[in-house]
Design a protein around this ligand. Structure first.
Ligand SMILES: [Mn+2]
Length: 285
């Protein structure tokens, strides 16, 4: 049974039993390589806390969390200061969840935490496709010489799973080289999330799919609590709808990263994240 840290608050409606659950929520409170404003290590705790403010029932889906069995394993204990060791710790936990034939829902933390998670999921599902929702391309070769950085995470993922298995949506920020690289190496849809999704879903509906959702894909007006906000994004309703458009996909893993509570005075970012997790549990659990 996976029980990583003692927790005061779990995600709303989480089961006490690991064994029978289909989805396992786990936090990766890492924020060491961020390029602008740190603080995402508090993200997982905050998302759980505000989840208490949500109903367990989703009107749009006509489903209740009590109709799904999911477990909240707490946060992974990370040796801060050593990026490689942190990524290894995350890798081991995701490995365990996958081995138990469950779907990991990883809460960041910075986006770098997606790399070990996707690698582990990919090792079990070699036909994996990744849907990457983000304001930033995250395709830099390195950031200030560091190859393991939240600004380079999708480039690292592409090196493992092949860029043509990655669909990048909502992207509106990066350096020219990233977009040139994306042209030839990934499927990128700058600035758009809803328009390209139906076609993408049709293309990958027979494959296992991992969703990597950087909360900064949403406009800072709706999600100000993040380390690298970028104006010009989608609204809350649109990002929720994006999940609904993916309802027929075989989701085998997901992460939601970059929620940064110290810039989230109204808690609206964490609340949006908590709602996205609820809908994802109901859709994919
Ligand atoms: Mn990102």
């Amino acid at each position: 049974m996976l029980n990583l840290t003692e927790m005061t608050g779990k995600y709303i409606g989480a089961s006490e039993q690991y064994k029978d659950c289909s989805v396992v929520i786990v936090g990766a409170p890492m924020d060491m390589t961020v390029s602008f404003r740190p603080g995402t290590r508090q993200g997982p705790v905050e998302i759980r806390e505000v989840s208490e403010g949500l109903e367990e029932y989703s009107l749009q889906l006509n489903l209740n969390l009590s109709e799904r069995r999911f477990y909240d394993a707490g946060d992974i204990i990370l040796p801060f200061g050593n990026v490689n060791k942190c990524l290894n710790c995350i890798s081991q936990v995701i490995h365990e969840i996958i081995k138990d034939k469950k779907i990991p829902f990883l809460l960041g933390g910075e986006h770098t935490v997606s790399l070990p998670a996707i690698k582990q999921v990919y090792s079990n599902y070699p036909d994996l496709a990744v849907i990457h929702l983000d304001a930033h391309a995250d395709l830099r070769n390195d950031y200030l010489g560091e190859e393991f950085s939240h600004a380079a995470v999708i480039r690292r993922v592409a090196e493992v799973i092949g860029g043509k298995n990655i669909y990048q949506l909502g992207i509106r920020s990066g350096i020219r080289e990233e977009f040139q690289w994306a042209e030839n190496n990934t499927f990128i849809y700058p600035g758009e999330i809803l328009e390209p999704l139906p076609d993408i879903v049709r293309n990958i509906e027979k494959r296992p799919v991992y969703i990597s959702l950087d909360i900064d894909v949403v406009d800072p007006a709706y999600a100000p609590g993040t380390g690298t906000p970028e104006p010009g994004g989608c609204n809350s309703k649109e990002i929720i709808k994006a999940l609904y458009l993916m309802k027929n996909l075989n989701i085998v893993g997901m992460d939601l990263v970059e929620v940064c509570p110290i810039y989230d005075y109204s808690q609206r970012t964490a609340l949006l994240a908590a709602k996205l997790i609820r809908e994802a549990i109901l859709l994919f659990g």
